[in-house]
Design a protein around this ligand. Structure first.
Ligand code: NAP
Length: 291
């Protein structure tokens, strides 16, 4: 009987997480079945309660459930509490615990891919949703001293700014205004934490007025980068999409569930393969219906 893991979300579209976790499990010799489990908000408590059965390792949690989880579990980590969102549920001595593995995954990816030097960075984050919140806490904890937050909806960015302990960091909030970006030229690192780019066509900002040497990280990921990443590279900036972050947050969850070190390289390769297959399937011409 395999150990079970669920992904709770609603709606749940296509996900590469099953491929990532199944590859990891077979690499370390564990039987694991990762199930997509679409639950409406009113069904979430029932879904979380089901995880208490012995055959479940735990779950991943995605939109719109990340903020609702703390009330349904036995404990949450200090990091998840500060971010205000849980993306992983796991068991510890019989208790169901909530953790956030997005934040460390982002910092690890930035260090590996974009030579992130926390104390020297001035970071511009686009967005004020759950991902921006995880990014903000991750950057503050890593030691970034100067962060600018831009979001389309003013209230949301003000609320985010008011609810995160900035420590020694100086953080400003502004509206993402498509008509002009006067302060972009001071950023050393631009992070897109909006959902713009998921369609493979749009970029969150029409122009990149970044200084020379600045880098761009897009939490959105795609088979050959994202529109923002392609645009940044064409303009001469080092840039990365969020695929490695995705693999690393999965690795964090896998280690909590299994108690084993996660095979990160295997998981990253599985994520790349799954995305390429998805892109290939989307591009394939549809067969004519048989008459
Ligand atoms: P969310 O809570 O729904 O927030 C979405 C954000 O995108 C909000 O700030 C929203 O602004 C902004 N936005 C949406 N459409 C926009 C538009 N047309 N123009 C400007 N801003 C727009 O979502 P989330 O959980 O933060 O996730 C954001 C993205 O991060 C998703 O694409 C997700 O896949 C990605 N993500 C990636 C990883 C990874 O491992 N790579 C991990 C977590 C999340 P308003 O407030 O104005 O609506």
């Amino acid at each position: 009987m395999p150990h079970l893991v669920a992904l709770f979300g609603y709606p749940l579209g296509h996900s590469v997480s099953p491929a990532i976790h199944h590859a990891a499990a077979s690499a370390v010799g564990i039987e694991l079945e990762y199930r997509l489990w679409p639950v409406r908000p009113e069904q979430l408590a029932e879904g979380v309660a089901a995880l208490r059965a012995a055959d479940w390792f735990g779950a991943n949690v995605t939109l719109p459930h990340k903020p609702a989880i703390p009330a349904l579990v036995d404990g949450i980590s200090a990091l998840a509490r500060r971010i205000g969102a849980v993306n992983t549920l796991y068991k510890q001595d019989g208790a169901l615990i909530g953790e956030n593995t997005d934040a460390p995954a982002l910092v690890r990816s930035l260090r590996e891919q974009l030579d992130f030097q926390a104390a020297e960075e001035r970071v511009l984050i686009l967005g004020a949703g759950g991902a921006a919140r995880a990014a903000l806490v991750a950057l503050v904890d890593a030691g970034v001293r100067r962060i600018d937050l831009w979001n389309r909806t003013p209230d949301r960015v003000t609320a985010l700014l008011g609810s995160v302990d900035a420590g020694a960091a100086e953080i400003t909030a502004a509206v993402l205004d498509p008509t002009g970006y006067p302060e972009m030229d001071r950023a050393t690192l631009l992070i897109n934490a909006t959902s713009v780019g998921l369609d493979g066509l749009s970029a969150p900002i029409p122009q990149l007025d970044l200084p020379r040497g600045a880098r761009v990280y897009d939490l959105v990921y795609g088979c050959d980068g994202t529109p923002l990443v392609r645009r940044a590279r064409a303009a001469g900036f080092a840039a990365s999409d969020g695929l490695r972050m995705l693999a690393y947050q999965a690795a964090g969850s896998f280690a909590l569930w299994t108690g084993r070190p996660a095979p990160k390289a295997v998981m990253l390769a599985a994520a790349e393969r799954a995305l390429a297959e998805r892109a290939h399937a989307a591009a394939a011409p549809r067969a004519e219906p048989r008459r």
